[in-house]
Every structure is written in C-alpha cells, then in structure tokens.
Design a protein around this ligand. Structure first.
Ligand code: PLP
Length: 431
C-alpha cells in the first residue's frame, strides 16, 4: 500500500474519474471525430471583440481588476443577474445572488452546506454527471427517478415519496434535495413540462425537500416557447436556481451563479471562503462590460442559429445512417441528443472499437446512471464538432452500429484486440 493510500479520507473511496472528463482527452485528438465533450463551439467565440472589452476592463478598473474581490461576487453583476431573473418571473435582489466559479462550484457548495453522509438526493435518471459527482463527494444516497420526453417523471417520484413515508423508509430518511436540469437536459436533451415544474415544487413543499434547478442551457432554445423557471413556482424559498455564463458565453471565464434565500447565500459564501475566497474578478467584470455593450445578447442570438443548424445536421444524418432499431431524442435547444440502442448492447464496451475502427467517439450513457443501468445508451454532443465532421462522424457511427448489430446477430465476438486499445489505454478502462 502506497503512502497516500493510508492518508486519504474514507469519502474519497467514492471518488472516481468522470467519463466525461476522460472524454475531453479524446476531444483533443485531432484525428478522431468526437461527439463526447459538451463544449461550446470554439468557432463562435468573438475573440476580437472580447479582447477589446478586456483591454477596456484593465484600463478602466485598473488594479482592482486584478485584485481579490468580494466572496459573493461583484455587486454590479449580482444586480444585473437579479434584474434579469426578476424579468423572467423570479423576483430577486442582488443579495440573493452568489457568484461562483462556474455553476459546478455552486453544486459543490450546495452539497457542502446541506448534506451529511447518507442524506438522500433525488436525481434524474439519467442525470448530469457533474451534479451526481458533486453530491456523491459528500456521500449522498441517490434516489434516481426516470425521465421521459417531458423530463423527470414526477408521478413516479410522488409514488416513491409516499412509499417512503408509509414506512418503507426510516423517519427522516426522505430526500433533502431534488436536483433537476429542466431545460434541454444534460445528457438527454429533454425539457421538463410546465405542469411537472409546478407539481415538483408542490411535492417539495409536501415532503419537505429543497429543489436545485440547474439551468445552463435554457437560453439556447431553437424553437417553441420557454417554460417558466421551476423557481417561479417557489413560494417559500426552497428552490435554489443555478445559472452559468459557460454555455451562453465563455466557459473559460468560470462565471456561474446561484440564487436563493439570503441566509442560504450567506452560508454558501462562508463555505466558499474555505474553498477559493472569491471567484474570477476580471471575468465577472468582463461579463458586465460585455452585457452593457450588448455583446452577449448578440453572441447568444448567433449561437442559437449555429447550434440549431448543428442539431438539424446531426438529426438528419442519424435518420439517414443509423439502424432503424436505434432511437433518439429531439432536443429543442442545448447541446445533446440521447441515443438508445437495442437491449443487450453495451456502449461502453463498444467505444474502444468505435474509436479504433471508425475514429469516432461518444460518451457511453451508463456514466449518467447512479444505479448501474443504461448500458445501451449514448450521449452525443453536436455543439463542438464542425458541421462537416457532424455529417461524417454520424455516417461513421451509423456504419459502426450496423456492424455491431450484425455481429451480435451472428453471435460473433469482435475480432482481436482493437489496435488502438493500447493507445487509448486509460480511456478503454474508464469509458
Ligand atoms: C447541467 C450542467 N450543470 C452544470 C454544468 C457546469 O457548468 P459550469 O461550471 O461551466 O458553469 C454543466 C456543464 O457541462 C452542465 O451541463
């Protein structure tokens, strides 16, 4: 046993490398068409305009732009966010906004201030792996609730809560949190219906849990009308709303935020002081200036067109090249399409062969389940790949899936060890 084996905390036994982070490594390899990482398209970043704004920030703010800032974030940006949310049906004051290092940090801080080991957290099945991992790091016990085309199956959740209350669970064993990504969910692409949003908050009140509404993709809507925020149904401050500038603007700035009652925000700010003291001051100021100049609004309009085109290209190519036994979701926004292969297929086991034989990569869907299910599912991100790669990559993936299905029918094991397995050693283990 190595030195550190004996020094790690017990809770680290649950911490393992995320398949998504591993997928990022693939995305960096130029010769592979990767639909793995849910990155924004780098072609869309308005570098010249941002460079000009950044210079203005440094000159106008002077040394303050490079100094530590308030833990809660720049007041100017908190005001701006509070104003926008109020306009979107979530009355909000700047004091109810905490700026975080991406919304990922908000997930960590929420877990840090609410969860004791073994506390139950309701998660979507499949659910966002970063959320699952943030809650898992604080030793949450998961209640996975399945999704359908209208998002989290709230009736299913109600049954589970009633069963638990009726005695299947110990007193106090009800969930503390329910974590949902209501719009163009990562990984499935589905959107929670308005009716279910209302009912979810009703259930939260009835059964005494808080809701974490994580909405990094909501503004990237291609068609149809936006649903009201879950938090807009919140009468007593039990919904924590998470927003992010990562998908609508630039993830490298690491600017996200959480909105909640002031006492919760204060508690999280104290927890944040033990984590990073404050978030990126320069990045926050940059966002404020970009907003003031209308740059972010213009950027959002242009990326909606870009991602709609990419979604359409991918869906059309899937229709043309995928075997008819394969099913997929149709997202009205966001970055992801969720693919279901026939029962018995194992997307994780197939991945090294997809990379070796067709030089195409995806994320195997099993990573998004907390209960070991979903081996026959795949998440495809259309956000990052250039248009011509989308068409070519889906053609390759379709050919690969047809071959895999034919192999299965013939009862044949894939021939030999994929030549690339060595090369992608780490990946073949973690995917
Ligand atoms: C649903 C969801 N929540 C949170 C995040 C974290 O985003 P960030 O920390 O960049 O704001 C992501 C990133 O992919 C996401 O998909």
């Amino acid at each position: 046993m190595g030195l550190w084996e004996g020094l790690f905390a017990a809770r680290t036994q649950r911490m393992k490398a995320s398949d998504i982070r591993e997928a990022f490594k693939l995305a960096e390899r130029g010769d592979i068409i990767s639909f793995a990482g849910g990155f924004p398209s780098p072609e869309t970043f308005p570098l010249d305009e941002v460079a000009e704004v950044a210079e203005g920030v440094a000159r106008q703010m002077g040394a303050t732009s490079l100094q530590y800032g308030p833990t809660e974030g720049l007041y100017e940006l908190r005001e701006l966010i509070a104003h926008r949310m109020t306009g979107e049906g979530v009355p909000c004051r700047p004091e109810e906004v905490l700026l975080t290092n991406g919304s990922q940090q908000a997930l960590d801080l929420i877990a840090k201030v609410t969860l004791d080991p073994g506390d139950a957290v309701i998660v979507e099945k499949p659910g966002y792996i970063g959320g699952i991992s943030a809650f898992g790091n604080y030793e949450a016990a998961f209640w996975p609730i399945p999704l359908d085309d209208d998002g989290l199956q709230v009736s299913f959740l109600e049954e589970r809560l009633l069963e638990n209350r009726a005695g299947n669970g110990r007193p106090g064993s009800g969930p503390k949190l329910c974590y949902v990504v209501p719009n163009f969910q990562n990984p499935s692409g589905v959107t929670l219906s308005e009716e279910r949003r209302r009912r979810l908050v009703e259930l939260a009140v009835r059964f005494g849990f808080a809701v974490v509404e994580d909405n990094p993709y909501g503004e990237i809507r291609f068609e149809g009308s936006p649903r009201p925020h879950v938090k807009s149904f919140d009468g007593d401050g039990r919904v924590l709303y998470l927003g992010s500038y990562s998908k609508v603007a630039f993830p490298g700035l690491r600017v996200g935020y959480v909105i909640g009652p002031e006492d919760v925000i204060r508690k999280m700010a104290i927890a944040k002081q033990g984590t990073d003291l404050c978030s990126n001051t320069f990045g926050q100021k940059l966002i404020v200036e970009c907003e003031k100049r209308g740059l972010l609004q213009r950027h959002l309009r242009s990326i909606i067109d870009v991602y709609r085109r990419k979604r359409d290209l991918m869906i059309e190519a899937m229709g043309e090249h995928f075997p008819k036994e394969v099913h997929w979701t149709y997202p009205e926004g966001g970055f992801f399409i969720w693919v279901t292969l026939p029962e018995g297929m194992d997307a994780k086991e197939m991945l090294p062969r997809a990379v070796a034989e067709e030089r195409v990569a995806y994320v195997s869907g099993g990573a998004f389940f907390t209960d070991g299910s979903g081996p026959n599912t795949i998440r495809l991100a259309y956000s990052q790949a250039p248009d011509e790669w989308i068409v070519e990559g889906i053609r390759r993936l379709g050919a690969f899936l047809k071959r895999e299905m034919a192999r299965r029918k013939a009862g044949a094991r894939p021939a030999g060890k994929p030549p690339l397995e060595q090369e992608i050693g780490e990946l073949s283990r973690t995917f």
